[in-house]
Design a protein around this ligand. Sequence first.
Ligand code: SAM
Length: 218
Amino acid sequence: MAYKYIDNYREQGARKKLVEVLRKKGIEDENVLTAIGSMQRHYFFDETFWNQAYKDIAFPIGAGQTISQPYTVAYQTELLHIRKDDKVLEIGTGCGYQTCILMKLGAKVYTIERQKTLYEHTKQVLPYLGYKPNFFLGDGSRGIAGHAPYNKIIVTAGAPTVPEELLKQLAIGGIIVIPVGDESQQKMVTILKTGEHDYEKHVLDTFRFVPLKGENAW
Ligand code: SAM
């Protein structure tokens, strides 16, 4: 595996430029920008496509799925306001790039993926890169009740509604960030849980995610 994990000057330079692009697009949290600036996104690409890795675009990762656009990763991460040791549930592990960004910010991550090939691949690669989240295979639209409550929940696929089950698994004071809409576009929604049955909801910008599939989803 080792041969492909090389961080050349070319990739380091491209990463710095990506950070400036994200800053110009409105990402302000310096911790998030530092995390993006220090995470080798090209490690999640086949070497043939390294020249695409630091463009601000989503890219196919196999199994009909994509690695999210860096701006989207930065945007969702900024909204989570990650603090060191936050317990974070991530729904949609994919290739694990977002997982690494969360861990760079000090989060303890529980990440769930419904596609077995992606789950198995990412479960091998991330520990090799030095990231050891708790990996789960299954339907994340049901959350992972056995490890709840979570300080933060991030959903990286588009949902038709906010699954009730996820709100239940959020700690009081916790935040969920989830794209909600139809299959062609979604609005980013953040919900702060202010009490056992009290929530503060904000509907933000429009994005386009792959669909969240499962019991409480499409
Ligand atoms: N977070 C990834 C990254 O760092 O780029 C991108 C994730 S991709 C946009 C969305 C992922 O959500 C896909 O891998 C998809 O298989 C997964 N997914 C969709 N529905 C799911 C569900 N119910 N439970 C878990 N994962 C799901």
